[in-house]
Design a protein around this ligand. Structure first.
Ligand code: FES
Length: 144
């Protein structure tokens, strides 16, 4: 299911983040603007190196909630998780940096669209390529 999640102007600078509404398959996810290059990053403007990535916010270990602000010292790293201290690298597809989790954070596909002459971001599901160890949303048997 495709879903417009935020206007680009609301992500004005690196580190800005927006949580998706809790009403779809992408609930409890967030999109964040970070300095590129980012794995599967969405380039949205030729005047900046910044890109956008989006992930489910629930830790793949035991499902505690993560928040991008937890990675204060390293902007592209989220964590440590308040549960058992796993950190994930948002520039590398949500890969585990350190900690108890064994799967990446599930990454959401993004697309740039236009709504009423304003740039907006659309989410269209999770990456499910079996050649990459994309994580499952915690508590689910499938991301389909
Ligand atoms: S729930 Fe996040 S590390 Fe255990």
């Amino acid at each position: 299911m495709n879903k417009a999640i935020v206007y680009l102007e609301e992500l004005a600078k690196a580190g800005d983040c927006h949580f998706f509404p809790v009403d779809s398959d992408f609930h409890e996810s967030f999109v964040i603007r970070l300095k590129g290059p980012l794995y599967n990053g969405l380039k949205f403007d030729n005047t900046t190196d910044d890109e956008l990535v989006a992930f489910h916010k629930r830790c793949t270990h035991l499902g505690w909630d993560l928040h991008p602000a937890d990675g204060k010292n390293t902007p592209h790293v989220i964590g440590p998780c308040p549960g058992h201290l796993t950190s994930f690298d948002l520039s590398k597809g949500g890969m585990v940096v350190i900690g108890q989790a064994t799967e990446c954070l599930p990454q959401v596909k993004l697309k740039l669209i236009t709504i009423d002459n304003r740039n907006a971001i659309e989410a269209s599901g999770f990456y499910l390529d079996n050649s990459v160890p994309y994580g499952l949303v915690y508590g689910q048997q499938t991301d389909k």
